[in-house]
Design a protein around this ligand. Structure first.
Ligand SMILES: C[S@@+](CC[C@H](N)C(=O)[O-])C[C@H]1O[C@@H](n2cnc3c(N)ncnc32)[C@H](O)[C@@H]1O
Ligand code: SF4
Length: 396
């Protein structure tokens, strides 16, 4: 069995149920409360491992912020209760840009959590002060690893010392500081050492992702699935022993990091408005996609593709697995043979109508979700074939 590393791949068997639709985006979001994602695709570095859409900043930032504002104002009655600036490197934007977007948000509502993603080399005290004064209360750094040689191999432009310094600085200005760490790294993992460092620094939250390899990282030897599993479990055990708990299969908190935004992938029923090129969103079973490309976006920030999921009830149910718990109320446990296998392998503990992920299950959560999607597709196909046969018999 392949190890499925991302929730996008985990849910990919549901794509045949998607159909393109022509919708009015402002109407879909009208008078709804939900989450706002603002994509800032600019990067000045070039990390060898990065699979995310990003571009060199070649246009004036004011023009980009104006396009974001046009798009946000187009959905004028949508109320963002959580805001996330992701990238790329959002901290490349001048503070005034954040200010204009957050003014627009606060004219509608008071968001509880405002996160900005950053990278160590694009963060300093002036930015920290300006962002915290504007109401940003959570900052998330892509650290990946503190180990110097691996950082260089991954194309990071700062060393471990600079990372420590910037994290301590961030802790003076923001309520919550979180970091991203990677494993399945070239030449072996440093996850346990990195987690120890995070705990020593008293960082509030951490996301732990297995590396999706790029051609530049895949050329180096990297750990087997068994080694990755062992390293992940050691890190998770260490976190639990030090008072951290999981909020989702990827995210751990010491209790201070609520990471409300993580609900966007565990509860697809909560509306998410994504703005900016490459940004995705969802509302009422629809997924809304922006194609990448700042140039195109500046000339038309409203151009999106929308699909409607014909399996939304299932998506809504299965995505809760990413939080570590599935409750069988609308769906029946016996319709998912993969769960019996997962229980046998110690990935889940089934108690009545609830299946709980074990630490081993956190590692395999995307793989299990993928298998459950296949179970679901099979059931839908069997039902469709049954109906076709009944229809056939009834025909004269
Ligand atoms: C878009 S980055 C934003 C953070 C910031 N730009 C930085 O890199 O420091 C968000 C996170 O995505 C994760 N990521 C990027 N490429 C990845 C890959 N190939 N596999 C797994 N995770 C990846 C990294 O952990 C990264 O911190
Ligand atoms: S700074 Fe972040 S978004 Fe930019 S290339 Fe590096 S990992 Fe990717």
């Amino acid at each position: 069995m392949d190890w499925i590393k991302t929730h996008h791949r985990a849910l990919s068997p549901l794509r045949p149920f998607f159909r393109d639709v022509d919708v009015s985006v402002p109407r879909l979001y009208r008078n709804r409360k939900g989450f706002l994602y603002v994509h800032v695709p600019f990067c000045t570095g070039n990390c060898t491992f990065c699979i995310l859409y990003r571009e060199r900043p070649t246009v004036p930032y004011e023009r980009y912020v104006n396009a974001l504002l046009r798009e946000l104002r187009n959905c004028h009655s949508f109320k963002p209760v959580v805001v996330y600036f992701g990238g790329g490197t959002p901290t490349l934007l001048p503070a005034e840009g954040f200010g204009e977007i957050l003014d627009e948000v606060t004219s509608r509502t008071s968001p509880g959590e405002v996160t900005v993603e950053s990278t160590v080399s694009e963060f300093d005290e002036e930015k920290a002060r300006a962002l915290s004064e504007l109401g940003v209360n959570r900052i998330s750094f892509g650290i990946q690893t503190f180990e110097g040689r691996k950082r260089a191999l991954l194309g990071r432009r700062s060393g471990a010392e600079e990372a420590f310094k910037k994290l301590k600085l961030a802790m003076e200005y923001f309520d919550v500081v979180s970091v991203d760490l990677l494993y399945d790294l070239p030449f072996g993992n440093t996850l346990l050492e990195d987690v120890e460092t995070v705990i020593k620094l008293d960082i509030d939250g951490l996301s732990i992702y297995p590396l999706e390899h790029t051609p530049l990282t895949a050329k180096y030897p990297h750990p087997s699935v068994e080694e990755n599993l062992r390293d992940f479990l050691s890190a998770v055990t260490f976190l639990y022993e030090h008072g951290y708990r999981h909020l989702s299969m990827n995210h751990f908190t010491n209790g201070r990091d609520g990471f409300l935004y993580s609900v966007t992938f565990t509860r697809p029923e909560v509306p998410l408005l994504g703005i900016g090129p490459g940004a995705g969103g969802h509302v009422m079973g629809h997924r809304i996609f922006h194609s990448p490309g700042v140039g195109r976006y500046l000339s038309n920030p409203y151009s999106v593709k929308a699909v409607l999921s014909g399996a939304f009830d299932f998506e809504r149910f299965a995505s809760r697995l990413f939080e570590g718990r599935l409750t069988f109320d609308t769906f029946r446990l016996e319709d998912f043979p993969s769960l019996a296998i997962a229980e046998e392998r110690g990935w889940v503990e089934v108690r009545g109508k609830t299946a709980l992920l074990t630490p081993l299950g956190l590692f395999w959560a995307n793989t299990l979700a993928y298998l459950m999607c296949l179970d679901y597709v099979r059931t839908r196909l069997e039902a469709a074939l049954g109906e076709a046969e009944v229809g056939g018999e009834a025909a004269p």
